[in-house]
Ligand binder design. Structure first.
Ligand code: CO
Length: 497
């Protein structure tokens, strides 16, 4: 049996090495690559993806996995290892290489068409490309196979082992509590965030961001922070996790909260136990759980009163002019201002999940054939009015705002809201063992990271998301914890009855 396991591990190492080589190229493309290099860069990435597909399709992976899964003397972690190697192989062999290549080409073309359509706010020019991507997604779902809906086969790519009906149930509960909460907040006197729009030099923002990153436990000898237009995290190797952030000298939130958010993703990538480090089990178990780690640090720690009680004196050193007359309550309320807006990535904590539910409902209807591509702008605007009370005046602020569909990523959006729910449920479990507020208020974040390491990060992808949630919290995923968290926090900020 050891020989079979060794074979899988050797394949895994090759696959991982190629994936991370592609990740280096992708990171460079988003940060430092000169514009004219894009042609050869696409060739490089396409060559790697075709080669990777070939390796993953090696029938000996299935044979080894088959023999190992019948064996009684492998432990829980090796069993999870075999499960994931088999899953990787099975997903790959179901897709013909011709399809992999066709899809990759279409994504590149559609993304550039989308970027122009968004700039011109012209949905009609993007529509035929989007139709092709929907057709490709349906074709892909057929290759994978599914029980109830093709949408399940797509969701499974981002949130493995989770069905869209389970997500739908959780979101229905979430929606029914967010809408009335948002309504109550909108009737209360608004808080001001004018202080956040003062002058904040980008240089000082970066210095402060580095200080916070170090405090949450980001290891600068195992990662880097750089600039990019859209903040992201990418793992280039088990000891090399890159994050990026963007800064606005006239809006304090952009820099610091993108840094903390991506820092949370990075800590998860850097945290698997030695035994699974650098293997297929060494990454996150799902995008929902990944997002829970970023959102936990960004919102539950970074947007807490105690965090700013500790960091306001530091901020005054970096921004003596802009911070001189600012009290901690002013700052706390300002960074938590709730105001529905059209753009998801700028949304506050309360309305954010409604943006996600809107996209989930629309893409599910699209993939299940209840909605036509040509009707998307109208459907988008109507849902936006119903959920957020706002209707986009142009498609750039509506149906064209996000990149995901232009990359053919249907089934990705729900993971953002699942992240909020997992974060709140983990936070609830953590509070039973740690005095989180006291730790954050004293700037001692190490025990919090240790808790996350022991309960979540160390396990990597050994447990599927829903099982991990039950192990950590004793309960299946529920919207209740996030609802309670929002209710408590915003009742106090907005003095709701
Ligand atoms: Co994220």
């Amino acid at each position: 049996m050891d020989k079979e396991l060794d074979f899988l591990k050797q394949k895994d190492r090759t696959i991982k090495a190629l994936h991370s080589a592609a990740a280096v190229l992708g990171w460079d493309q988003e940060t430092y690559m000169p514009d004219k290099a894009i042609g050869h860069r696409s060739d490089q990435l396409a060559a790697i993806s075709v080669y990777l597909h070939e390796i993953k399709c090696d029938p000996r992976i299935a044979e080894s996995a088959e023999r190992l899964s019948g064996s009684r003397n492998i432990d829980e972690i090796d069993a999870a290892y075999v499960r994931e190697m088999r899953r990787l192989h099975q997903k790959a062999v179901k897709l013909p290489s011709e399809f992999v290549e066709r899809k990759s080409r279409q994504q590149t073309v559609s993304q550039s068409v989308w970027a122009k359509s968004r700039k011109d706010s012209d949905f009609a020019s993007f529509a035929p490309y989007l139709q092709t991507l929907v057709d490709l997604a349906l074709e892909e779902a057929e290759f994978y196979g599914y029980e109830n809906t093709p949408y399940d086969a797509l969701v499974d790519l981002y949130e493995p082992y989770t069905k869209s009906s389970e997500i739908g149930d959780v979101f229905a509960g979430l929606k029914s509590s967010l809408t009335p909460l948002l309504e109550r907040i909108s009737q209360a006197p608004q808080v001001s965030d004018a202080i956040l729009h003062r002058e904040y030099s980008v240089k000082a923002q970066k210095q402060f961001g580095n200080q916070v990153l170090e405090a949450i436990g980001f290891e600068f000898d195992r990662g880097r922070l750089d600039d990019s237009v859209h903040p992201f995290t990418t793992e280039l190797g088990p000891d090399d996790v890159r994050i990026t952030a963007r800064y606005d000298p006239h809006f304090f939130n952009s820099g610091i909260f993108s840094i903390i958010h991506e820092g949370g993703h990075a800590l998860y990538e850097l945290g698997p136990a030695e035994r699974i480090k650098g293997t297929i089990l060494g990454g996150g178990t799902s995008l929902g759980v990944h997002e829970s780690q970023s959102r936990f640090w960004e919102n539950m720690v970074g947007r807490s009163l105690e965090f700013w009680e500790f960091y306001l004196p530091e901020l005054r050193k970096y921004f003596p002019e802009s911070m001189k007359d600012v009290g901690v309550m002013d700052l706390y309320k300002a960074v938590n201002k709730v105001e529905p807006s059209l753009i998801r990535v700028e949304a506050d904590e309360v309305s954010y999940s409604l943006h996600v539910i809107q996209r989930f409902e629309i893409e599910k209807d699209l993939i299940e054939g209840r909605v036509k591509v040509s009707d998307l702008p109208d459907i988008w605007n109507a849902k936006s009015a119903a959920l957020l009370g706002l209707e986009p005046q142009k498609d750039a602020e509506g149906v064209l705002q996000d990149i995901h569909w232009s990359m053919g990523a249907f089934g990705y959006f729900p993971t953002y809201a699942l992240g909020n729910l997992y974060a709140a449920q983990f936070h609830d479990a953590m509070k039973k063992q740690l005095d989180v507020k006291a730790l954050v208020g004293s700037g001692n974040l190490t025990p919090i990271l240790e808790w996350l390491r022991k309960n979540i990060h160390e396990h990597g992808a050994v447990y599927p998301a829903r099982l991990l949630c039950e192990k950590v919290t004793g309960k299946p995923l529920s919207p209740q914890y996030f609802q309670e968290y929002l209710e408590e926090k915003y009742s106090s900020i907005y003095k709701l009855d």
